[in-house]
Design a protein around this ligand. Structure first.
Ligand code: ADE
Length: 229
């Protein structure tokens, strides 16, 4: 699986080389290239933004560097999916991460300032599948942190990246419920003990307890995830 990211802050993506994702890249399961948008400017100041037509606060990213950067990635590419992180996009979820983990080539375009000139989206959508995606209802300074979060959620679902695929099955959001609480050694810690059922060796009882704990937690913290009763 291949990823391309266009950004004016390539350093944001240095962290991807740490831990699991770095191991997946070194093992050849996934590959990514980070492109500096400013390499596609042709003025002394490497300008990527300008004032908005129609007035208003903030700056808008000019279309020309974007056009050149995306040409270099999309020309000749085999059915890529282009994602622009944006608070105005559809909301990212575990279901979307799973869907995207089945793609072969994802391209992320990170906007900054007040956004990217609309013609970049329109031109891109005319030549490739294009989606605007938000990681939640809050505003970041740019798309970089959103893309790091999405990449981590997507790459860990690529077959072969997480050593034990069973660990992906029971986690939060996979079954429509939040994950149950986990415990490890010691049995007693600062006066707090591990629930007896987890020490019982009774696998049926343990599964029932975990399911009930998941439901209770979901009802308390995220009732919106439960089907209407
Ligand atoms: N850029 C700024 N805020 C964002 C958000 N919430 N999700 C994705 N991209 C963003």
């Amino acid at each position: 699986m291949r990823f391309d990211v266009v950004t004016i802050f390539p350093e944001f993506f240095d962290t991807l080389d740490i831990s699991l994702l770095g191991r997946a890249r070194r093992g050849g399961t996934v590959s990514w290239t980070i492109h500096d948008l400013r390499d596609h400017t042709h003025d002394r100041h490497r300008t990527v933004d300008d004032t908005p037509y129609g007035g208003g606060a903030g700056m808008v990213m000019r279309p020309e560097p974007w056009g050149e950067a995306l040409d270099g990635i999309l020309d000749g590419a085999d059915d890529p999916l282009v994602i622009f992180p944006s608070p105005a996009g559809e909301v990212f979820s575990q279901a979307m991460a799973r869907e995207l983990s089945a793609e072969s080539h994802l391209v992320f375009g990170c906007g900054r300032y007040e956004g990217i000139d609309q013609r970049v989206f329109d031109h891109t959508a005319a030549r490739a599948r294009t989606r605007l995606v938000s990681i939640g209802d809050y505003v970041l300074n740019g798309g970089e942190v959103a893309v790091v979060a999405m990449l981590e959620a997507i790459i860990r679902l690529v077959p072969g990246v997480v050593g034990n695929p069973e660990s992906l099955v029971e986690e939060s959001h996979e079954a429509g419920l939040l994950e149950y609480p986990s415990y490890t050694k010691p049995k007693e810690w600062r006066g707090l003990s591990v629930p007896d059922v987890l020490l019982s060796g009774n696998h049926g009882a343990i599964a029932d307890w975990r399911h009930a704990a998941s439901e209770e937690r979901t009802r308390r913290v995220r009732p919106d995830l439960l089907p209407p009763s």
